[in-house]
Design a protein around this ligand. Structure first.
Ligand code: 5RP
Length: 229
């Protein structure tokens, strides 16, 4: 099976955790999209759920395939969030934000009783950081924020290019109206320290380190499906 097929298998396995009447956070990315399409089939078959999407892109897909939606304002407490990830470590700490939705993804995950990550096995790492860390930043003072991020990283012994994410010739803009800086620091041995240091920078809106949010990961590989707790 290729990576796309494995993502579908992980998404299919996650459906077993979705019960009738659940309030669901629904992630962003290709794995989450596979989940939405499979969920829509269940909804068509009579399953009742209400979904809170983590991006405009996911909202549009849910509307297209018939998954009923709410907002986090109307449904501020969720039973379960199903979302993908860019990296997953053995403690279920994650790097997310490859699709640019990390802020809403983190808010929705934090409002959920449980978060289940769905992924193909290529996302499993020993230590986070091979995937560049997405950092969502305010447009104002971009250069100053960039410098502050580099300084905070250096204090922790980390360094590497910090690149403004682009879409063609223009900066990528998140659903919240912010920019994303992708920080290639390499291995991040102390994720909590980096998380705290980034949160202390005023121009940083949020970052893609998800620590203590995921309750389980359903990982599909060539040897089958594994659930990591
Ligand atoms: C979006 C995300 C995605 O979950 C992450 O990028 C994984 O994407 P995919 O399922 O396409 O591999 O964090 O912001």
């Amino acid at each position: 099976m290729n990576a796309s097929e494995l993502k579908v298998e992980a998404a299919r396995a996650a459906l077993a955790h979705v019960g009738d009447g659940m309030r669901l956070g629904i992630g962003t990315g290709s794995t989450a999209e596979a989940f939405v399409r499979l969920l829509a089939e269940k909804v068509a078959g009579g399953l009742t759920v209400i979904g809170v999407p983590t991006s405009e892109r996911t909202a549009a897909l849910c509307l297209e395939v018939g998954v009923p939606l709410s907002t986090l304002d109307d449904t501020p407490e969720l039973d379960l969030t199903i979302d993908g990830a860019d990296e997953i470590d053995p403690d279920l700490s994650l790097i997310k934000g490859g699709g640019g939705a990390l802020l809403r993804e983190k808010i929705v995950a934090a409002a959920s009783h449980r978060m289940i990550v769905i992924a193909d096995a290529s996302k499993i790492v020993d230590t986070l950081g091979r995937f560049p860390l997405p950092i969502e930043v305010n447009k104002f003072g971009l250069r100053a924020t960039e410098l502050a991020i580099a300084a905070a990283a250096e204090n922790l012994g980390l360094s590497g290019p910090v690149a403004l994410r682009m879409t063609g010739a223009a900066p990528f803009v998140t659903d919240g109206g912010h920019f994303i800086l992708d920080a290639s620091f390499g291995r991040i041995p102390d994720t909590r320290a980096l998380s705290n240091a980034l949160h202390a920078i005023p121009g940083v809106v949020e970052h893609g380190l998800f620590i203590g949010l995921a309750s389980a990961a359903i990982v599909a590989g060539s040897d089958g499906i594994k659930t990591v707790h």
